[in-house]
Design a protein around this ligand. Structure first.
Ligand SMILES: [Zn+2]
Ligand SMILES: [Zn+2]
Length: 394
């Protein structure tokens, strides 16, 4: 089968590798019709998270079941399915509580497994033609329609991007009337903004510095904030003060920030004064500055345990400096971590089928597997409007 391989840092190739094979009676083999490139893949591509070199990259597949293990009960050959990035068992102490991204059995000795991901069980990645899906009954989400139909690019986003964006708004219970600041306008940030709108947020700000991504945020009904054109906290407070003037908001000056904020960037944030360098600390500082008393904060951008290339010694050790006292004294609630994708993917699928959600609005490029090396290069440089790329193996 043809597959996208991360050969070494900043070197992607597309080449023939041995076909994925069934290993257990609980497996299915998936013939992939669409498979997305994720911002997380860029952390591996840049060598900032290591351990999958020489293997297949990717964790966002959609396809059709080609072969079914004898113990699989609910999936049959020919079914159209997507599977969550985080491989789960469905029966362990974490899975039964809905915490599927911390499954205890699929990566023994640790909590959580994933396709094509360092330290997540060594499972083959998904940017290829064939994928072995372990524990198929727990992982396969059945989908209507046919490959290549008008849902194809929506359904592939159920593997990660849409569920993760939705996870960010759900874990802080974004509800009608909330004001939301989202940091990062990659696919996850954009889909978090979209999800906040779906849940009735009154105003959603999206902070980024790339023109095409900010434009997309505007198309999705959010207010774009370019952090290179002035301090983003001040820009948002300024916008809020205009909106919140008038009799309805008297005595509410301390509430001039936002009720909710989401970090969709993580450990490789670009400096807000010099885009050419990294400064992962400013986003948390900005959120602490901007969040209203009793506000809620979600951190869903990736933070690896250690970052040997971190720009400061504390970051190399994975110790982020957080303005804890400011957050405590404002009664701020914080939630963070990986997406329990299985908790959301069925509900979001039904919203897509019923026309209540169209996440594929964030897709910028549809390419063949052979285009992957070029796509990684351009996506990594955030150029030519590369926001979300879907590779089509067929
Ligand atoms: Zn992803
Ligand atoms: Zn489990």
């Amino acid at each position: 089968m043809k597959a996208v391989i991360l050969e070494e840092t900043r070197k992607i190739s597309v080449r023939e590798v041995p076909d994925a094979e069934m290993k257990d009676t609980t497996d299915v083999l998936l013939r992939i019709t669409s498979t997305a490139i994720c911002g997380t893949d860029l952390h591996f591509y840049e060598g900032r998270m290591r351990g999958i070199e020489g293997g297949v990259i990717g964790h966002e597949p959609l396809g059709v079941v080609e072969e079914v293990g004898s113990a699989v009960k609910t999936v049959k050959k020919g079914d159209r399915v997507t599977v969550p990035t985080h491989i789960c068992c469905g029966f362990c102490a974490m899975c039964t509580e809905g915490n599927s991204s911390a499954c205890l059995t699929t990566n023994p000795g640790a909590a959580g497994a994933a396709y094509g991901y360092p330290n997540k069980g060594g499972y083959q990645g998904a940017q290829t033609e064939l994928l072995r899906v372990p524990l198929a009954d727990a992982n396969c989400l059945k989908l209507p329609g046919e490959p290549g139909d008008h849902w194809e690019d929506d359904f592939v986003l159920l593997a990660d991007a849409f569920t993760t964006g939705y996870h960010g708004v759900a874990i802080i219970e974004i509800a009608p009337g909330d004001t939301v600041a989202i940091f990062g306008a990659g696919a996850v940030g954009l889909l978090a903004a979209y999800s906040a709108r779906l849940r009735g947020a009154a105003r959603v700000y999206v902070v980024d510095a790339i023109a095409e991504r900010l434009e997309k945020a505007g198309e999705l009904g959010a207010i774009p904030i370019n952090f290179l054109q002035g301090d983003p906290v001040e820009q948002i407070r300024e916008q809020q003060s205009k909106w919140r003037s008038g009799p309805a908001f008297r005595q509410e000056k301390p509430l001039g920030g936002v009720t909710c904020a989401i970090d969709c960037i993580g450990f490789q944030a670009r400096s807000k004064t010099d885009y050419s360098r990294e400064d992962p600390l400013w986003v948390t500082e900005a959120i602490a500055e901007l969040i209203n008393p009793a506000g809620r904060v979600a951190i869903i951008g990736v933070w690896p345990l250690k970052d040997p290339n971190g720009v400061e010694p504390s970051l190399k050790e994975g110790n982020l400096e957080v303005p804890w006292s400011k957050l405590f004294n404002n009664n701020v609630r914080i939630a963070m971590g990986r997406d329990d994708d299985k908790r959301w993917n069925g509900k979001l699928r039904d919203m897509i089928i019923n026309g209540a959600a169209k996440p594929s609005q964030v897709v910028s490029h549809r390419l063949s597997l052979d285009d992957a090396p070029d796509a990684f290069e351009k996506f990594d440089r955030r150029e030519d409007g590369y926001i979300k790329i879907i590779l089509k193996p067929a």
